[in-house]
Design a protein around this ligand. Sequence first.
Ligand code: MD0
Ligand code: SF4
Length: 344
Amino acid sequence: MKSLSAKNVSAGDIYDGIFSSRPDDAFSAACRARNEFFGNRIFLYGFLYISTHCVNDCQFCQYRRGNSNAERYRKTLSECLEAARGLADEGVHLLDLTLGEDPFFTVGDGFERLLEFVSAVRAATGLPVMVSPGVLDAGKLAALRLAGADWYACYQETHDRTLFARLRTGQDFDLRRNARLEARKAGLLVEDGLLAGIGEGRKEIIRSLDAMRKQDLAQARAMAYVPHACTLKPEKTDNLERELRLLAAMRLLMPDRLVPASLDVEGIDGLKARLGAGANVVTSIIPPSRGFCGVASPNLDIDNQRRSIAAVVRILKQEGLEPATPSEYQAWMAKCRENLKRDI
Ligand code: MD0
Ligand code: SF4
């Protein structure tokens, strides 16, 4: 495969290169690009789904408002802190506080709770915090940064408006996109993500990749759609392969940024393939037996401890990779923030 990681290559060229190559060629090009910027070091993110309540009705998500069978809970601050300390002791580099769009944490005085969770988790663990709370306005994003958050994650799923309307029913495309732009202005590092296997073709994927690159993200992800009885009927059966090719495409498009391998799609058994497609972060490491859920796969590999650091590190070693040190992660964040500041 010809070299695709040059800065001036278009999203279309990357798409055609990655989606029409043999998987081995596509994935080894992506791994070469990753190794060039990150060596054999991998970052590890702990995941805390603190509220599974949500006012939205996303057709691909079992936590959508209309599903009365979803497992709903809200964690207290002390439950959250206990789990956060556990993950920190195990050696994660960051803690991701995720919630459905839950007014209890985001509207009126409720927002103070979210700020309190962020600052308390930060103080208790000393780790960087990512917040994934859904759409927030500029003032709230700035307040999260002041409370000590480093990252804001908010996934568009697709940058095609028609597809977006089908997936995130009743939600505003621009509002969601603007939340990421405002977050960046507030000094947060930003992550966007695509859902794979929900009706996207070449045109939609190129549009999405191009839009992602233009946002100057610090982290970009793709996750295969995991269908459930109560969610959208799957359009395609090649979701997993699509995800891997998207990871490789994102790696080549944004070679020095972070691209996660999530344990939330296939659990630990899917880790090797995602690392092999050029990912350099393992996300969705969840503490066992504390009643915390995943998002796409609520219970997969959690209480059997297969989403633990020990299980992840074993696989990293088999692949010739290693967990980064905490200071390597902090240094990467600082460098990224500097680079982004320059072109704001
Ligand atoms: C993951 N389930 O990493 C999590 C989640 C939100 N920032 C992350 C989608 O797969
Ligand atoms: Fe709510 Fe997020 Fe699920 Fe959409 S994807 S229904 S916003 S929890």
